[in-house]
Write a protein that binds this ligand. Structure first.
Ligand SMILES: *[C@@H]1O[C@H](CO)[C@@H](O)[C@H](O)[C@H]1NC(C)=O
Ligand SMILES: *[C@@H]1O[C@H](CO)[C@@H](O)[C@H](O)[C@H]1NC(C)=O
Ligand SMILES: *[C@@H]1O[C@H](CO)[C@@H](O)[C@H](O)[C@H]1NC(C)=O
Ligand SMILES: *[C@@H]1O[C@H](CO)[C@@H](O)[C@H](O)[C@H]1NC(C)=O
Ligand SMILES: *[C@@H]1O[C@H](CO)[C@@H](O)[C@H](O)[C@H]1NC(C)=O
Ligand SMILES: *[C@@H]1O[C@H](CO)[C@@H](O)[C@H](O)[C@H]1NC(C)=O
Ligand SMILES: *[C@@H]1O[C@H](CO)[C@@H](O)[C@H](O)[C@H]1NC(C)=O
Length: 641
């Protein structure tokens, strides 16, 4: 059955959301500006038949109505063509009949304050799984833009866009939206906010299509935790006014008072979605607060609050958990030529950190109102070896949160005793050195941060069917050895976050381990004649292991549903390991009459399943290289094929 629903669209004029902030500008943010120039001036005009460059984020295949669907089919170089057989229903039992709905067809032009707005009603077909396909074509010159999809007050997906070529760029992103099933079952105001600006210089119109496919696969993905029964938004809650509900922090505190928390909850998980903008976009390379003005005379003010950020979740003012964010680098980041056609890790799908707040259920189920707040903090330091958490950050962060809740039968009331918070302040070790030249100008800064934190809470919780100790534990470490040289124009960071989170209780187990290594070395030279040269090496990795009852798909679902992963009976998990290494350069002369740049990127991506017996099996592997906007080598294997 194919059904196409009518989607109403509205257009709302309004002021741009971005705000002016302090005079500080990170050099990477300046580079983004040049990206656009390069797109406009380096490339030969398109031959009439030249098709758009296919751009992609490397990721494992995803479960759709067609089975396990590869995201790398669109770029098959000749030598792997034979390898491109999709693993799908022909190998397995057919997934039940699906229906598809076009949710949005919209060309985003001057769309600050003018999101796409549509009325979503559930399609007339039976479904327990939903996948969306977001496809965009853009041509000309444009920045990287942020896109956020909301169902009324709940953010369901945050993405960013690729920077175009003169002959066009195109990408698709497929996302398993099954965790939001309870929202898909109800009418919603669909707000898709994609803030674009088009003028004589920035000509790229973002031509987008968003489709959703609904199908049944429940019997085949038994390994995963069922989707939450209820999702409570922690957001501005202005979706019914056809507006995007994110908080813009720190201008507005990210806080809600919840008056209707259900008394029959048996599990609750808080997820946070954050994106740094402006002086916070390259937070992982910001300087110690004490050095924000160190290069004022030669470079200008630097964004501060240190290269460390902590996202805190507070319930009634108590710290319930933290997220040390993954440093997503968007397609204009550092040097734009690093990101075409292979975009950075999470550029098309920013992951939300999960914090299990089930130990708070005895409090949250008391029938009273409770406050939920998300704070982002950095560090303030004394210019030497002492630092502590700041109370705010520079401008600005886009923030939303959600509470995913699983319910017992109506009438049941969860009780118990909330345990003590064994959460200490982070342990911060810092050294820094600022060097001057012979006439007293600050020439370079070196710093070394090392931070550790443990979060733990353990409660006695009695639900309808279970009774016992429920706990949440996090252990995180952070190191960053970095610096600024050449009077403000060179940046170096060796950055690593590692963490382990776990939730345990009578009904639920969840554990994740993660590591976010990043090495970035970049130089920025302005010649006496005004010419600009950029160069950067950026090596970035992501390692994530997930076991048990995660809110979001761990990626294993499609392999289990199609039988590609056979050890998937009972609770499973997955391990994702990827490295993405690149170098890029950029040059333009003082008169800005042309610019040229070239980048090369190599990414290796490995995805493995963890069976209920603990056995680890690699299910997807891709090794892809690009040079000067062209894929030069690409090899991938799905479940050994
Ligand atoms: C995603 O949508 C685009 C445009 O609507 C379509 O061309 C493409 O085939 C779809 N991709 C998949 C995997 O279904
Ligand atoms: C947007 O894409 C659609 C579908 O490919 C096409 O028909 C339409 O002409 C495009 N619009 C613009 C303004 O490029
Ligand atoms: C050097 O940096 C220090 C610390 O930020 C600052 O107080 C001082 O004014 C700077 N010196 C110059 C010449 O800019
Ligand atoms: C120190 O740096 C300043 C700013 O770049 C420069 O004007 C001055 O000539 C330098 N002094 C020496 C001795 O190099
Ligand atoms: C950073 O790049 C510069 C310029 O290419 C190079 O001289 C320097 O050795 C690099 N530093 C590291 C730590 O790789
Ligand atoms: C990327 O660089 C890191 C260290 O800088 C190295 O360990 C890793 O093997 C490299 N990966 C790729 C895919 O080149
Ligand atoms: C990159 O590609 C462009 C356009 O195809 C070409 O003109 C240029 O020479 C290439 N650069 C390098 C370094 O290969």
């Amino acid at each position: 059955m194919k059904s196409r629903l009518l989607v109403l669209s509205g257009f709302f004029a309004g002021a741009a959301l971005s705000r002016d902030s302090s005079g500080a500008v990170h050099p990477f943010a300046k580079y983004k500006d040049f990206a656009a120039d390069s797109a406009a001036t380096t490339e030969a005009p398109a031959a009439p038949t030249q098709s758009a460059l296919e751009c992609f984020q490397v990721a494992e295949p995803v479960l759709t109505d067609a089975g396990l669907t590869r995201r790398d089919i669109s770029k098959p170089p000749a030598f792997v063509a034979a390898d491109q057989t999709p693993i799908g229903p022909e190998d397995n039992e057919k997934l039940e009949e699906a229906c598809s709905v076009v949710l949005m067809e919209r060309v985003f032009e001057n769309s600050y304050g003018a999101p796409y707005v549509g009325a979503y009603v559930p399609p007339p077909c039976d479904f327990d799984h939903v996948t969306v396909n977001f496809t965009t074509v853009v041509k000309g010159r444009q920045y990287d833009r942020t896109g956020v999809m909301y169902f009324t007050d709940n953010e369901v997906w945050r993405t960013s866009t690729a920077e175009p070529t003169s002959y066009g760029i195109r990408w698709e992103w497929l996302k398993d939206m099954t965790p939001f099933l309870s929202l898909w079952k109800q009418p919603q105001t669909l707000v898709f906010d994609l803030e674009n600006i088009v003028d004589n210089t920035y000509t790229g119109l973002l031509n987008t299509t968003l489709t959703a496919t609904f199908y049944k696969a429940a019997g085949k993905t038994k390994e995963s935790h069922p989707p939450a029964d209820l999702i409570i938004p922690i957001s501005q809650r202005i979706g019914n006014g056809d507006k995007p509900s994110q908080f813009v922090y720190p201008a507005s505190p990210a806080k809600n008072t919840v008056t209707d928390f259900p008394r029959n909850a048996n599990r609750a998980v808080f997820t946070v979605d954050v994106k740094g903008q402006g002086n916070e976009e390259f937070w992982w390379s910001n300087v110690p607060q004490s050095a924000a003005h160190a290069f004022e005379a030669t470079y200008g003010e630097y964004p501060g609050y240190s290269p460390f950020r902590e996202v805190q979740v507070l319930i009634d003012g108590h710290l319930a958990g933290v997220s040390w964010p993954f440093p997503v680098i968007y397609t204009g980041g550092v040097v734009p030529q690093l990101h075409r056609p292979i975009v950075g890790i999470q550029a098309f799908d920013i992951a939300e950190h999960e914090i299990d707040i089930s130990p708070f259920l005895p409090l949250l189920c008391d029938g009273k109102q409770h406050t939920f707040e998300i704070k982002i903090v950095g560090l303030v330091d004394n210019g030497a070896s002492s630092a502590s958490l700041s109370t705010t950050t520079d401008d600005e962060w886009y923030i939303t949160g959600k509470i995913f809740i699983w319910l017992d039968d109506e009438g049941s009331i969860t009780t118990g005793t909330v345990g003590a918070f064994e959460t200490s302040s982070p342990k911060i070790t810092l050294s820094q050195h600022l060097a001057q030249n012979a006439t007293g100008f600050n020439e370079s800064l070196e710093y070394d941060f090392s931070i550790e934190r443990r979060v733990h809470i353990s409660s006695q919780v009695k639900t309808q069917k279970t009774k016992g100790t429920v706990s949440w534990t996090q252990f995180l470490t952070y190191t960053n050895t970095g610096g600024v040289a050449s009077y403000g124009n060179y940046n170096l960071n060796k950055f690593l976050i590692s963490g382990a989170d776990s939730a345990s209780g009578p009904g639920v187990t969840y554990a994740t381990k993660y590591a976010y290594p990043l090495f970035a070395n970049s130089t920025y030279d302005v010649g006496a004649d005004g010419s600009v040269s950029l160069w950067a090496q950026v090596d970035q990795g992501l390692q994530v292991e997930v076991r048990g009852d995660a809110v979001f798909p761990s990626g294993i679902e499609g392999f289990v549903a199609t039988g590609a992963f056979k050890t998937g009976k009972g609770k499973t998990g997955s391990i994702t390991r990827t490295w993405r290494n690149g170098t890029a350069s950029y040059y333009r002369p003082g008169d800005n009459s042309f610019s040229r740049g070239v980048g090369q990127t190599h990414q290796v991506y490995s995805f493995s399943g963890i069976g209920s017996n603990g056995k680890v099996e690699e299910l997807y592997h891709r090794d892809v290289s690009a040079f000067n906007d062209t894929v030069t080598a690409d090899h991938s294997e799905v479940a050994g094929r």
